[in-house]
Write a protein that binds this ligand. Sequence first.
Ligand code: NAP
Length: 257
Amino acid sequence: MTDSLKGKSVIVTGASKGIGKGIARVFAQAGGAKVLAVSRNLKEAEAAAREFGNGASGFAADVTKPEDMAAMAKAANDRYGGIDVLCANAGQFPQVKIEEMTAQQWDETMAINLKGTFLSVQACLPYLKKSKQGRVVITSSITGPVTGFPGWSHYGATKAGQLGFMRTACIELAKYGITVNAVLPGNIVTEGLNDLGEDYKNSMAASVPLKRLGEVEDIGHAALFFASKEAAYITGQTIIVDGGQILPESLDALAQA
Ligand code: NAP
């Protein structure tokens, strides 16, 4: 698609598993970028980085901690000579209905998904400002910005919140030539999604016009586009990557197709 990411320094949070691992693999292998793969578990981050190759390396950091985010940004700068792209992807989606949810459960999902997005962007900013191709790509979701699902009121709030954050961030950072965009995945096969069980996955696949769940690389390629030189004039925008899942007005719409 593009060779404008070749040799660029890219941080992907939540890169030890799932969508983050797919994004990191696409940046390293299709994009030729140097990738810092970040998760709380160093061994898993390093194992993922070895799979990506092309100089990728692992780093342990918790996106909820400002000091960890500062150390992560410094590590990317020390190892790869700067930061060109931040993929703010780390997140969790534990299911709990409003009637049972504790304030602590609400706060924990807010801290990882929403505060973690802000903290990772803030920590990378001094370095992104120096890049000639500064990019932030946020992993949001269809859940929250577009759809709802029982048990995910807190999760949906974080994913919609990321877009609120993005729409001001892209204005504040435009003067540095930094773009901020978001990918909204549908149901993508990941370790996190597998935890929801086969029944969930089968019913979701049945509601997708393309009749399959997404692959992590489907999200990686959308993120790669937003990070590319060719996308330099696109900021504050979203792309839904869901196999058409949000389109049918009813189950009958799929049955009649
Ligand atoms: P996953 O398979 O559970 O992977 C989550 C990744 O994030 C892991 O690498 C995990 O590693 C890391 N992580 C979690 N908390 C972290 C923290 N506090 N600090 C640093 N890293 C942390 O999840 P996924 O399905 O790939 O989801 C990734 C992103 O995609 C999330 O933002 C999610 O909302 C979004 N998304 C997923 C789907 C889907 O269908 N899977 C759909 C829409 C949106 P450690 O636990 O070792 O830290």
